[in-house]
Write a protein that binds this ligand. Structure first.
Ligand code: CA
Length: 228
């Protein structure tokens, strides 16, 4: 299921977009200001971000720039009531993939969303090998190698490693990992993530001098080569 973040301060417009997208089977989250939207976009996984330009606390153009620094590939569609050429150019400069002038037809928004999702899938197929510091994960064959030595992982370990390799050098909280890898919200009192992280460490790090999976006490985990 594709997840979409809608950043829009006009409650009525946000609800309308949300309704339209949910009818199409998307899962949506609404943020009513730029600051909240930016934080959600950085902390969570979304397949597409739809953002208004004129927003309280942080405008859509600054938001787009800042999110792009952390997540260069996430598709962003900008909405605006102004629709002047200057805004359009600035929006694209900031890294927006597409642009819609309000008021727009929801069907038009669906067409743009589908096009962006399709483009992203094609990109992912082309770049299907994740590589980091001698570690390789082929998303197509599911073969994992470190320094050309094959490592055998269970499907869950594979999914966990894939998520970490897609988000390197960033602290990943247990909540985020639970949501993204297990598709569940983290229930306090369970330590299943730590258990899986230990399995993964034994296979990925134990026999190698450089360790890639690290615990950040009180915060979560980070996938990083500290000697780089
Ligand atoms: Ca607005």
């Amino acid at each position: 299921m594709n997840k979409i973040l809608i950043i829009e301060d006009e409650q009525r417009v946000a609800e309308l977009i949300k309704q339209g997208l949910e009818e199409q089977g998307f899962v949506t989250t609404i943020a009513n200001d730029g600051q909240t939207g930016k934080q959600l976009a950085i902390d969570n996984h979304y397949d597409i971000i739809i953002t208004d330009i004129i927003l309280p606390k942080m405008n859509g153009i600054d938001l787009c720039r800042e999110v792009r620094l952390q997540k260069p590939k996430i598709p962003i569609i900008m909405l605006t009531a102004l629709g002047t050429t200057d805004d359009k150019v600035e929006g694209f400069d900031a890294g927006a993939d597409d642009y819609l002038v309000k008021p727009f037809d929801l069907r038009e928004l669906h067409v743009r969303i589908r096009a962006l999702l399709k483009r992203n899938q094609t990109n992912n197929l082309q770049g299907f090998i994740l590589k980091y510091s001698g570690l390789e994960l082929n998303l197509n064959t599911k073969i994992v190698k470190r320094d050309d030595k094959e490592i055998s992982l269970t499907p869950k370990e594979l999914k966990l490693l894939e998520y970490m390799m897609q988000n390197p050098e960033r602290v990943l909280s247990r909540t985020e990992i639970a949501e993204q890898v297990w598709d569940t919200t983290f229930d306090t009192g369970t330590n299943f993530i730590d258990v899986y992280m230990n399995y993964l460490r034994k296979k990925v790090d134990k026999d190698f001098y450089v360790k890639l999976i690290h615990t950040k006490p009180g915060l979560g985990f980070i996938f990083k080569n500290y000697s780089l």
